[in-house]
Design a protein around this ligand. Structure first.
Ligand code: PEP
Length: 253
């Protein structure tokens, strides 16, 4: 049985003060909740506030970044590396989100480089894959997912792959209010799992957690989480409000 992960992606929202306010309101809602793992990925400048807020509580919540650079250090102005994130108290990092692929030139190869550096630093990577609407309508979803996974997983040894988490995020469902049906998501998750099996073997693939992302809300969380192939959620918009994110975390199966 794979433990589910409910992760928040705050994108470009919240200041450090708003981060502190979020946790003040959120933590009491999830006190004693141990069914699933909870992760919050704020902007870089909010990581310190988030780590302090969580450490001051007795609730296990992972804090993640939304991106990283694959070099550890050097003349790379504006970048943040995996060891720096670890040093700042991060446990997780999102890699290859579709917004980074779309607006910031992220490629399958940079995803692979970032994945390797995250693993080396001991971070839990949440690798995002997913098709755009044109690819789905052209019947290319499987091909796109296979390509994204093969390239992301390239040259990573099975024994190093254990922490990898994948988020299937159909781009047409992100921030649109259009959610994939649990069946459609499960179909995509099986493709991803079969690529993981090719790269890392059957045992590792069976343990791989594959989250669904794309307009997850308190109203649809339970139906999505009931699907056996869905090992959690990556939540954007609905994670910004403490009550709404808590309601997703505590979906009733
Ligand atoms: C995301 O940002 O990863 C995401 C899934 O966003 P939303 O939940 O707003 O669709």
């Amino acid at each position: 049985m794979r433990k589910k992960v409910i992760a928040a992606n705050w994108k470009l929202y919240k200041t450090p003060k708003e981060t502190r306010d979020f946790f003040l309101a959120f933590l009491p809602h999830v006190q004693g909740h141990t069914r699933d793992e909870i992760v919050v990925c704020p902007p870089f400048v909010d990581i310190f506030a988030a780590v302090v807020a969580v450490q001051a509580s007795d609730i296990a919540i992972g804090i993640g970044a939304q991106d990283l650079y694959w070099r550890s250090e050097g003349a790379f102005t504006g970048e943040v590396s995996a060891p720096m994130l670890r040093g700042a108290g991060c446990t997780h990092v999102i890699i290859g989100h579709s917004e980074r692929r779309q607006h910031f030139g992220e490629t399958d190869d940079s995803v692979n480089a970032k994945l390797k550096s995250a693993l080396l630093a001991g971070l839990v990577p949440i690798v995002c894959v997913g098709e755009v609407i044109e690819e789905r309508e052209a019947g290319l979803t499987e091909e796109v997912l296979r390509r994204q996974c093969t390239r992301a997983f390239a040259e990573i040894a099975a024994e190093d792959a254990r922490p990898i988490t994948v988020a299937y995020e159909p781009v047409w469902a992100i921030g649109t209010g259009r959610t994939a049906t649990p069946e459609l998501a499960a179909e995509a998750h099986r493709v991803i799992r079969s690529e993981a099996a090719k790269a890392f073997g059957q045992t590792a693939a069976a343990q791989l957690r594959i989250l669904y992302g794309g307009s997850v809300k308190p109203e649809n969380a339970a139906a999505l989480m009931a699907e056996e192939e869905i090992d959690g959620a990556l939540v954007g918009g609905a994670s910004l409000d403490p009550k709404s994110f808590a309601a997703i975390v505590k979906y009733q199966g």
